[in-house]
Design a protein around this ligand. Sequence first.
Ligand code: ATP
Length: 230
Amino acid sequence: MSLPVETDRLTKRYGELVAVDEVTLTVRPGEIYGFLGPNGAGKTTTLRMLLGLVRASSGSVRLLGSAPGSPGHLERVGALIEGPGFWPYLSGRDNLKVLARYAKVGASDVDRVLDLVDLTDRAGDRYRTYSLGMKQRLGVAAALLKDPRLLILDEPTNGLDPAGMADMRALIRKLGADGCTVLLSSHLLSEVQQICDRVAVIAKGRIVAESTVAELRGDVRVKVVADPLP
Ligand code: ATP
């Protein structure tokens, strides 16, 4: 069976700057895998290369066995990577209905994902009235429409208040328990400790540690790069 994520010496250069420097990592089926590092470490650039949104300077990527640009590359992959383009004056449900048509899935899938992210009660309200946490959960709902086997989430709790963070973490754990493989980035050590099975730590574009969450505790290389939870 193909691995959800496999990269081999993945590198991105912007002129003199090496934003991502020979990143090799493997995410196994069913894992919740954390990609931990401070601002500017190269997390978003790496995730964008995985999705084919940024072309790698060198190295390779496979998601569920397929390389970016090949047919079916993102067929079973959902992603929350940039402020999703939702329509402010449409309801949450109507936003998802539009996206469902693009994803070629049905109305029952819209109800399914609204339920998964716990937005059914507010699904009829306009998107512009949603809290940031609800907007993020709607973003995850959109990523779940095509029932992905792999979910890639770029700092899904960024900007959320403590309650919104707790809701998002609970949602990610639930998705993991339901069998979805999740790769998420974060700059919060405690967050990956709470949610993830394994973690790669990235600093200045390089992986400086990769281990289980249990092994991360007390690792000085991690203390140097990871912020504690506020
Ligand atoms: P953050 O948590 O702030 O989003 P990050 O770990 O996701 O940080 P990246 O956004 O991947 O980090 O950025 C890594 C480095 O690459 C940074 O120094 C950034 O300024 C640089 N960079 C990213 N995109 C570009 C670009 N299009 N052109 C030039 N430099 C870029």
